[in-house]
Design a protein around this ligand. Structure first.
Ligand SMILES: Cc1ncc(COP(=O)(O)O)c(C=O)c1O
Length: 375
């Protein structure tokens, strides 16, 4: 059987990983400034994480959501404390798209309405409603067109207000900072307007923190830079440090009932163990402070390159926009300098999404490589 060929692949075969490094089959070391697309939060192969997962596997790895699972309660409690959002309820699932799919369904259940407001260049995943709310016609199949979604410009508060007046909107979905789209973000004034419009009209404000959450931007959630409280927060990527898990944080006004949402695998024993361990490590190693400190250093170091026109994002949801397309630069970084970086829809943007354990010396390695390539 062949693989369904949907991914253009770099010719690198990682066989092990440790901290901020990946190693291929010839033991060549690669610096990971991409984190497997913003997934690796506490570093590859963290010893505490491995020990916890191994110990859990020896006890029980999975049973269905028909039984008591105290690990889910422990995870919800820990997540509430570490994120500063203890007042939400938690629904556990398996991926980012699934988290958004459930969030949009909840908004529609709650309001009885169908239309979604989303934003230009947004990415929310590849399942039914999530992909319909994603501003990329190429990944929307004809079947996805049945969802009713209106795309507006980011930061156009007047347009949002006008659309909400029509009375058929169930949810506004917005990324804390746009990921795939290229690190654009709402202003504080815009986020606050969304919050107050949604509150007044009982429309559900969904913050997609799948990429921007878990400390990546220098606060646990990116929306916390703006002093708002969304109705629903969706999480995935950094949550399990590579173990597949997603979650939906749901404000108390959205009521649960048996059977409203469900999943076979979501919240299983191994996934919860991975997610609890990630939160413990984030706390114990002060990783959010580390993000703030090292990302400041990164930004100041990037100033020396005249080819960089703009520095975008926050913390280590970071990007540098060059005055040329970065496809070749990324290849040179991987093949000649053994450094992984990310791209975006904006072809001039290089995205930096390293493990949150990154140190200044890793930035120095990147700076030396850029100097060799650009000067
Ligand atoms: C902001 C955002 N939302 C949703 C998703 C979808 O997550 P997943 O690939 O886990 O379904 C992604 C993935 O890149 C994302 O960046």
């Amino acid at each position: 059987m062949n693989l369904f060929d949907v991914y253009p692949l770099y010719n690198v075969t990682p066989v092990k990983a440790k901290g901020c490094y990946i190693y291929d089959e010839n033991d060549i070391e690669y610096l990971d400034l991409y984190g497997g697309h913003g997934v690796i939060s506490v570093g590859h192969s963290h010893p505490d994480y491995i020990a916890k997962l191994k110990a859990q596997l020896d006890k029980i790895g999975f049973y269905s959501n028909a039984i008591q699972n105290p690990l889910q309660i422990k995870l919800a409690d820990k997540l509430g404390k570490v994120s500063g959002c203890p007042e939400y309820n938690l629904f556990l699932c398996n991926s980012g798209a699934e988290a958004n799919e459930n969030a949009l369904k909840l908004a529609s259940f709650h309001t009885g309405k169908t239309r979604i407001i989303s934003f230009r260049n947004s990415f929310h995943g590849r399942t039914s409603a999530a992909v319909a709310a994603t501003d990329n016609p190429k990944i929307n199949a004809p079947i996805n067109k049945q969802q009713i979604v209106t795309f507006l410009e980011l930061n156009d508060a007047d347009a949002v207000e006008k659309e909400l007046k029509k009375g058929d909107v169930c949810a506004i979905i917005i990324e804390g900072i746009q990921g795939v789209g290229g690190l654009d973000q709402g202003t504080t004034a815009f986020f606050k307007t969304l919050e107050s419009l949604c509150e007044k009209q009982d429309i559900i404000l969904i913050l997609d923190e799948i990429q921007s959450g878990y400390g990546r931007t220098g606060k646990f959630f990116a929306f916390q830079h703006h002093g708002i409280k969304p109705d629903i927060i969706t999480i995935a990527k950094g949550m399990g440090n590579g173990f597949p898990i997603g979650g939906v944080l749901i404000a108390k006004k959205l009521k649960a009932s048996y059977g409203l949402l469900g999943t076979t695998f979501g919240g299983n024993h191994l996934a919860c163990t991975a997610a609890i361990s990630v939160l413990e490590i984030i706390e114990k190693e002060n990783l959010i402070e580390n993000v703030n400190e090292v990302s400041d250093y990164f930004l100041s170091e990037m100033k020396q390159f005249s080819q960089i026109k703009r520095r975008k994002g926050k913390g280590f949801m970071a990007g540098v926009e060059f005055d040329f397309e970065v496809g070749d630069l990324r290849k040179q970084l991987i093949y000649d300098h053994h450094i992984f970086t990310g791209g975006a829809m904006n072809k001039n943007l290089l995205r930096i999404l390293p493990p949150l354990t990154i140190k200044k010396e890793h930035i120095d390695t990147f700076v030396s490589a850029l100097k060799e390539i650009l000067n």
